[in-house]
Design a protein around this ligand. Structure first.
Ligand code: NAD
Length: 278
């Protein structure tokens, strides 16, 4: 199996470009799913307090026998904890639930621009968390350029990543270019649009021509664009399929054809209007 390349964040920390996402994996199934992903070869796990399954992720890592520093773990600050003190406490709980003394990457899950806590306050708490040394990098998720501009103007630490929805039906080239211009790595969530792009005739045609699966073609498209991805699956076969991306390449025409599928179509909420607090 070809090795997974790393991407270097703006503070020098390296993140594996391909990981395993655990959104919508029930808490009681998470340990087994992550254990299987680690067996398949994944060394990067993307979870969140909101998913309710950090304990399962931690249990799988502990039971795997793999040294902790060989697995990159991301978690995210939940929407109810945007105030400074709540954020600091939530970070401590995340470490405890993951059974780790140090997290690799901690993200503000959503900007929540309409709630009564300004995300600039939340980001200042993330700066404190980073300064405390128990998190190797901090970043944001679902931030638009105008949210990021406020962080640049009013805070010190530049987010290392921006995790946003990206797939061939929502190619997000403006936000991605903005991130790149500001040394922020884009992570693409729902990289296969939760399966919705896999039956697209263009995806299917390219997959047949290359003797690859539609999921592999779409994930490879992300990788060649330089984004970080972490598809979710509960089956070992699909985990292995999604992991086999580094022994083939898409030509320029195929890359262009996949990018041309853009419809500006989200599968998830719009960050400018999403203000849900549990
Ligand atoms: P995804 O695009 O990874 O799709 C997952 C779905 O596709 C599942 O139903 C799975 O069964 C199916 N699938 C997976 N591999 C397949 C294959 N090879 N062939 C056919 N079907 C396959 O969607 P996702 O889980 O929403 O996103 C991936 C990860 O992104 C999440 O697990 C989570 O870690 C992260 N995420 C983050 C946010 C955020 O707001 N930051 C939001 C959503 C997801």
């Amino acid at each position: 199996m070809a090795p997974v390349p790393s991407v270097t964040l703006n503070n020098g920390v390296e993140i594996p470009q391909l990981g395993f996402g655990v959104y919508q994996i029930p808490p009681e199934d998470t340990q087994e799913a992550v254990a299987t992903a680690l067996e398949v070869g994944y060394r990067h796990i993307d979870t969140a307090e909101m998913y309710g399954n950090e304990k399962g992720v931690g249990a799988a890592i502990a039971a795997s026998g793999i040294p902790r520093d060989e697995i990159f773990v991301t978690s995210k600050l939940n929407n109810g904890f945007h105030r400074r003190d709540d954020a600091l406490r939530a970070f401590d709980r995340t470490l405890e639930d993951l059974g780790t003394e140090r997290l690799d990457l901690f993200l503000v899950h959503w900007p929540l621009p309409g709630i009564d806590v300004d995300y600039v306050e939340t980001w200042k708490a993330m700066e404190e968390i980073y300064a405390g040394g128990r998190c190797r990098a901090v970043g944001v998720s679902n931030f638009q350029p105008h949210h990021l501009r406020r962080l640049f103007a009013e805070t010190q630490v530049r987010p290392a990543v921006n995790q946003i929805e990206v797939h061939p039906y929502l190619v997000q080239d403006e936000v991605r270019a903005f991130d790149a211009d500001h040394e922020i790595v884009t992570e693409a969530w729902s990289p296969i649009a939760q399966g919705k792009v896999l039956g697209d005739p263009v995806v299917v045609r390219i997959a047949q021509a290359l003797d690859r699966t539609p999921a592999q073609v779409v994930l490879r498209w992300h990788v060649q664009r330089g984004d970080v991805v972490f598809p979710k699956s509960s089956s070992r076969e699909r985990m292995a399929e999604n992991f086999a991306l580094f022994d083939f390449e898409l030509g320029a025409e195929d890359m262009t054809a996949l990018t041309a599928l853009d419809r500006g179509e989200r599968t998830g909420p719009d960050p400018d209007t999403f203000n849900y607090v549990p």
